[in-house]
Design a protein around this ligand. Structure first.
Ligand SMILES: Nc1ncnc2c1ncn2[C@@H]1O[C@H](COP(=O)(O)OP(=O)(O)OP(=O)(O)O)[C@@H](O)[C@H]1O
Ligand SMILES: [Mg+2]
Length: 338
């Protein structure tokens, strides 16, 4: 499954276990996202000084950038117990009521993928976040009554990859929203340096630089590529140097800019078959033998972010950078101007 090596979502149970072992436990160990780190630090320290539960926190950003890690850090830094659940696990208001009513004072409640929670639960959450209270409905029809239930003060940490899908009333009830950004290569370098020590891999600085450049700004991917390089060095008995990195990542079809086989197939199709575009999404999908949704959700965001393709009202176009990436001269009127 070489095609999955660059996906930002976790690939397997064993990867999740590996990630757990590499998770930074404190804000000081957490690499990059300096602004968010300082904002969180302030919020947590203020709460400690006032001896109260920290404000509710929303962590928004693409997969693999450290949302779950930060949620655990929030609990760990304040030495607070942590309860973890997720939006899809909360199908009814009752599911949420059960969780909320069993929280202990000061507990951190982490709801991952919070945008996928049931609507009825969302409404219960509004009141819980604001007043540490829920109204439990008892009975049905005309005889139904609601019984208020006091909750222990808690801190909600919500994570979402799709903050646009959160209803405004929910978004507004978070005291602080952290927007996680993709990491710079220099930051990924630090993530990798730390991970290499933890997995006891002796690896050259140049080799780490080579991996960070191919990791698509995502710590999860960086750690995954590091693991493949470790395997390669282990099996081939050599040093984990730049040569090993190139050989290992070539084997998995990851190129210097972090493009995989499908990414390159899409670029090649636009440039070679459609003379740089514009080409419509469905035509493009057919020409590389993939679903249009996969192209749109999985392939395009990274190609657009790195400036290799652009989306125009008339379709997708390859930029001059894309032509060069494929080792070709950009055509005379570069697509960048479209
Ligand atoms: N800033 C960081 N410093 C060091 N390691 C990091 C950092 N951010 C993430 N990681 C590592 O990357 C991996 C993925 O991070 P995490 O699980 O927190 O991502 P996520 O944002 O919750 O992803 P998802 O949206 O898929 O749930 C973890 O192994 C973690 O150790
Ligand atoms: Mg997560």
């Amino acid at each position: 499954m070489s095609d999955d090596i660059l996906r930002a979502t976790p690939e397997s149970e064993s990867e999740l276990a590996f990630e757990g072992a590499l998770r930074p436990q404190s804000l000081d160990e957490f690499v990059g996202q300096q602004k968010v780190r300082r904002q969180l630090q302030l919020l947590l320290e203020a709460a400690t000084l006032q001896n109260r539960a920290p404000d509710h926190i929303l962590l928004a950003g693409p997969p693999g950038l450290g949302k779950t890690t930060l949620a655990m850090i929030v609990a760990h830094e304040g030495q607070r117990p942590l309860r973890m659940t997720s939006g899809p696990a909360i199908q009814h208001a009752g599911d949420l009521a059960a969780v909320l009513s069993s929280l202990v004072p000061g507990e951190v409640l982490f709801i991952d993928e919070i945008h996928r929670m049931a609507r009825s639960a969302e409404e219960m959450l509004y009141l819980a976040m604001e007043d540490y209270r829920v109204d439990i409905m008892v009975g049905k029809g005309a005889g139904a009554t609601s019984i208020p239930l006091e909750l222990a003060p808690f801190t909600l940490v919500g994570a979402t990859t799709r903050s646009g899908l959160l209803p405004n009333p929910l978004r507004d009830r978070f005291g602080f929203t952290a927007h996680l950004e993709f990491y710079e290569p220099a930051e990924l370098h630090l993530v990798l340096e730390r991970a290499a020590v933890l997995i006891r891999l002796d690896i050259d600085t140049d080799a780490l630089r080579e991996i960070s450049g191919r990791s698509r700004g995502t710590p999860r991917i960086a750690n995954r590529l590091l693991r493949r390089v470790r395997d390669f060095a282990l099996v081939h008995g050599g040093r984990a140097d730049t040569t090993a990195v190139r050989a290992a990542l070539d084997l998995y079809d990851v190129d210097e800019q972090g493009l995989d086989r499908l990414d390159r197939a899409v670029l090649q199709a636009i440039v070679e078959r459609f003379d740089g575009g514009p080409v419509g999404l469905s035509t493009l999908a057919v020409s590389v033998g993939e679903e249009a949704e996969t192209i749109e959700a999985v392939v395009e965001p990274f190609l657009v972010r790195t400036g290799l393709i652009a989306r125009t009202p008339r379709g997708r176009v390859a930029t001059a950078e894309a032509w060069r990436h494929l080792g070709r001269q950009p055509r005379s009127a570069p697509a960048d101007d479209l």
